[in-house]
Design a protein around this ligand. Structure first.
Ligand code: 5AD
Ligand code: SF4
Length: 444
């Protein structure tokens, strides 16, 4: 293939989860260190990174259609790199089917983008989907930019092997980043303006490490250490597995003021038979008992979850158990999905795949009750006074947008700046956001 002039501008398009957002930011930093600049809004970039997601339906088809859309009238394309979990799972097919793609880079290999870029500019097509034992993080540049709310990946991969899920195959085994590296990255994010840090991991509460005194610590130990950073105001973490919800982490919810009262704890289904078939290794009852403990530690905690409807063999009665579980919990918000067979996962080969029309109908019924509960949660917040972390301007003049401690979007009018923590009274509740009256800034 012909060499191309070295790219000057880049665009990273991230799909899927928050970890992809984090990876996308890190890739952008790497490219910036190579002297590339972000393409201006609306302008074509010389290099386009498609940072893909493989968790549900049509991930690969979406990549091919995105590649098609990058084609110019004369048939040429910018330099295209496919990154993320589709790259990891289907890299070879992508290279074979899409000649316009010049680089395929997996989620554990993107620190090698600069070298790959040189080879690609010299006319080669390069693939790197290795999952090296040594960590990519040490090879990434130091953090220099951060908005008021920043992501920090502390853990990657998953050993749980839920039978529907591709993550153990695309992101590999559970690994925890070292304590010192995380404290260092958090300090840099705070120095760059972050007031809130969300700790990320496919199984974030499986994080483990050794603190600065050599003691074995879990995620709660890391959270307690981060809470000691003076300019960091808020800490969150996502996504957790019920089995890794330790007593120490639950206690931290009651004891660490900077740890926000919000917990995303996926349950997936409300039937023990389905949970067993999913290899979830918890029951409905153990999940509910866990939530009781969390609520005892932090009574105002807002709960969130993930649900899958139409897992192979799910009967109407089993689905009704999911609705009952939702009623019993009262989620502040939740994500719900139709089951999607993922190539290579055990569930994809199971009998009794559920018809799409039944899945549609179940998803609709589930979302009705979840939406009802979300509105109820928002309404129950009315009259409360709380702090909002201001993230950006709203759509209307003089309006600002931020988040409540319970992760609700809040808008208000008045004097403020991004990064402020302001005190507000919550005055109006919609399904997806709340309106508030500014009381007074809490801290600049
Ligand atoms: N089909 C549907 N939903 C899935 N999820 C993961 N794999 C699948 C699948 N094959 C959902 C789970 C998980 C969330 C990130 O995505 O609910 O918690
Ligand atoms: Fe996937 Fe289950 Fe691991 Fe979550 S815990 S990433 S759903 S295998």
């Amino acid at each position: 293939m012909r060499p191309t002039p070295s790219p000057q501008t880049y665009r990273v398009k991230s799909f899927g989860c928050q970890m992809n957002v984090y990876d996308g930011e890190r890739m952008a930093e790497l490219l910036a260190d190579q002297g590339l600049s972000p393409a201006a809004e609306g302008a074509e970039a010389d290099l386009v990174v498609l940072n893909t997601c493989h968790i549900r339906e049509k991930a690969a088809e979406k990549v091919y259609s995105d590649i098609g859309r990058l084609r110019r009238e004369d048939g040429s394309t910018p330099l295209i790199a496919v990154a993320g979990c589709v790259a990891q799972a289907e890299g070879e097919e992508i290279m074979a089917r899409a000649p316009a793609v010049r680089m395929v880079v997996g989620p554990q290999a993107y620190h090698r983008l600069p070298e790959m870029l040189k080879d690609a500019a010299a006319g080669q097509r390069v693939t790197d989907t290795d999952m090296p034992a040594e960590t990519k993080f040490a090879a990434l540049p130091q953090r220099r930019r951060a908005g008021p709310s920043a992501f920090l990946t502390v853990q990657e991969g998953c050993d749980k092997f839920c039978t529907y899920c591709v993550v153990p195959y695309t992101r590999g085994a559970e690994t925890s980043r070292p304590f010192a590296a995380l404290i260092d990255e958090a300090q840099r994010l705070v120095a760059a303006g972050a007031r809130e840090i969300t700790l990320l991991g496919q199984n974030v509460n499986a994080w483990s490490g050794e603190d600065d005194r050599g003691r074995a610590v879990g995620l709660d130990g890391l959270i307690r250490a981060l809470a000691a950073l003076p300019d960091l105001a808020r800490i969150r973490y996502t996504t957790s597995h019920p089995n890794d919800m330790t007593d120490g982490l639950i206690a931290a919810h009651g004891e660490v003021a900077k740890l926000m009262p919000f917990l995303h704890l996926p349950v997936q289904a409300g039937s023990d038979r389905v949970l067993r078939a999913m290899n979830r290794s918890h029951t409905v009852d153990s999940y509910l008992r866990l939530l009781d403990k969390v609520r005892a530690a932090r009574p105002d905690i807002a709960l969130s979850g993930d649900f899958i409807v139409g897992f192979p063999g799910e009967t109407e009665a089993e689905f009704a158990e999911t609705l009952r579980l939702v009623d019993a919990v009262g989620y502040a918000q939740a994500f719900s999905f139709k089951y999607s067979p993922r190539p290579g996962t055990p569930a994809a080969a199971m009998d009794d795949q559920i018809a799409p029309a039944i899945m549609d109908e179940r998803l609709q019924r589930l979302q009705e009750v979840l939406n009802r509960d979300q509105i109820a949660f928002n309404r129950a917040s009315l009259g409360r006074t709380c702090e909002v972390l201001v993230e950006r301007r709203g759509r209307h003049p003089g309006q600002w947008l931020g988040k409540s401690p319970w992760l609700q979007s809040v808008h208000f009018e008045g004097e403020a700046q991004a990064g402020d923590l302001v005190s507000v009274a919550l005055t109006e509740a919609g399904p997806n956001s709340l309106h508030a009256r500014l009381l007074q800034p809490v801290a600049a």
